[in-house]
Design a protein around this ligand. Sequence first.
Ligand SMILES: [Zn+2]
Length: 167
Amino acid sequence: MSGKVHSVFGALVGINILIIVNQSEYIALFVPVYIIGALMPDIDMTKSTLGKLLYPISYPISKIFGHRTITHSFLGLIIFNVLLGVMFDSIVKTQYINSYIIRYTHFHFSVGYLTHLFSDMLTYQGVPLFYPIKKSFNIAKINSKKAPDKTITSIITMLIILTLVFR
Ligand SMILES: [Zn+2]
């Protein structure tokens, strides 16, 4: 599935969660976090959206692990959360960001990440959720190369607009 599908699906889930938990004033802040989370697993491909942007990171991951391995697992999700924590602790001066935002960034990033794993599980290749155990899990058998990405992106975008209009 394309980066566009993953982005809009992550955004749709994120917007709905923020509305359900009465945090819709944070939509503009956290929806980008959902989108980054939803794009992150495909950093194992140099030609993916984030892979192109973060080539010095995506290149070694793609060479060492290959596509749909560690980044498409719970282990990958834990590693990215650790890196996120390190980033908050060291690079970003935490006195400028309150602990509420840090805590919820981990949560929203993780849910965005899981929307990616979920949508890849709709394809017949599935994802190795418990990597390094290699068994792949899937809940449907869509051929991701034949998936009508533009149509899916349009439908999800319409759902986002409807959600924002009728919330
Ligand atoms: Zn993927």
